[in-house]
Design a protein around this ligand. Structure first.
Ligand code: PMP
Length: 358
């Protein structure tokens, strides 16, 4: 059976070895006679999975001990609400850097919870560029600064971490684990799993322990980070299947050599496509400015709409999936997350060259 050339933006490609391992363990997980989905979340085999997933994430991202690792539900979208609910402070504002549609949504939700504002925006330039770190305004009345580390729709990514005196919050949904990060530079990191970590259904939150003191007792129990921190993300039934698959993906990432090794492959994969774009004499036009280009989502259009459509139609015929740009912006987008094999990116680069020459 042939696997698709899967360039989906999320849910997205998973490592084939992970899917095979899940298949092997499908009917009888480690002699239990059950699928992981069929066992209690309070059972020993599940608790082990839960713990291993946490430990592996700690290892791969070198998460310091003064951070909690939480497995939540509701997607990254619920974090747009939970972050301000838990981190907002009296008389202070949630401050947001707008680098695309997802940061706009995060700000919109924060404004429903309390005071929040955009301190920089790339909208006037169609979100082609990440604002320079040095241009960010000072933040005397900020409760936290929120950034979107990778902009899935526009194909831009932060390549320098802002150094600020207030807690830095990052939505890393579409680039967590694509490269090493210094967790200590952040107050809170969140990421829906369905791009680089596993299937949809689980959201990872990494939060500095002292920030949990900001949460107020009036918060609904399930929306209070402290509930999940105190109960090791087992206050209620967690998404056990998603966490099991997360564990398998993390084992796979670890076996490859962790984030440094993944970054090296990701740079190689991204360069293959950006080089085709740059060497095409304007036949392919990249959306992002070169300095802000994403390692994960390569966005481009062709010379005109007719050619863009012809390219996408032919790509579909050849077995490429997910190359259409987000429905809000059109054009083309190749999402090349960790699990997309280098060989598949090579086939796409070759197809792009061939299409141009024809
Ligand atoms: N943030 C980013 C950067 C995303 O790419 C997405 C989903 N594509 C979201 C947030 C929303 O995630 P979810 O669907 O898990 O709520």
């Amino acid at each position: 059976m042939k696997r698709a050339y899967n360039f989906n933006a999320g849910p997205a490609s998973l490592p084939e070895s992970v899917l095979k391992k899940a298949e092997q363990e499908w009917l009888n997980y480690k002699g239990t006679g059950m699928n992981v989905m069929e066992m209690s979340h309070r059972s020993k085999p599940y608790e082990e999975i839960h713990q291993q997933a946490q430990n592996l994430l700690r290892k791969l991202l070198q998460i310091p001990d003064n951070y909690e690792v939480l497995f939540l539900q509701g997607g990254a979208s619920l974090q747009f609400t939970m972050v301000p609910m838990n981190l907002m402070e009296e008389g202070k504002k949630g401050q947001y850097v707008l680098t695309g549609a997802w940061s706009e949504k995060a700000l919109k939700e924060a404004k429903k919870i309390g005071h929040a504002e955009a301190i920089a925006t790339g909208k006037d330039n169609q979100y082609r560029e990440i604002p320079s770190v040095s241009s960010l305004k000072t933040l005397e009345d900020g409760a936290y600064l929120h950034i979107t580390s990778n902009n899935t729709i526009f194909g831009t990514q932060w390549h320098e971490t802002p150094k600020v005196s207030i807690p830095l919050v990052a939505d890393m949904s579409s680039d967590i684990l694509c490269r090493p990060i210094d967790v200590a530079s952040y107050g809170l990191i969140y990421a829906g799993a369905q791009k680089n970590l596993g299937p949809s259904g689980v959201t990872v939150v990494i939060v500095r322990k002292d920030l949990l003191e900001r949460s107020k007792d009036s918060l609904p129990t399930m929306l209070d980070y402290r509930t999940h921190a105190k109960n090791d993300s087992l206050y209620n039934t967690p998404p056990t299947m998603a966490i099991y698959l997360l564990k398998l993906v993390l084992e796979w990432a670890d076996s490859l050599g962790g984030t440094a090794a993944l970054e090296k492959i990701n740079k190689e994969k991204a360069a293959l496509l950006y080089n085709v774009i740059d060497d095409s004499d304007g036949f392919y036009k990249g959306h992002a400015e070169a300095s802000s280009r994403s390692l994960m989502n390569v966005t481009f259009t062709l010379k005109n709409q007719e050619l863009t459509e012809a390219f996408l139609a032919e790509a579909k015929e050849r077995g490429f999936t997910g190359l259409n740009g987000h429905r809000s912006v059109g054009g083309c987008r190749a999402s090349i997350y960790n699990a997309v094999p280098l060989e598949h990116v090579e086939v796409l680069a070759q197809f792009m060259k061939e299409f141009k020459s024809r």
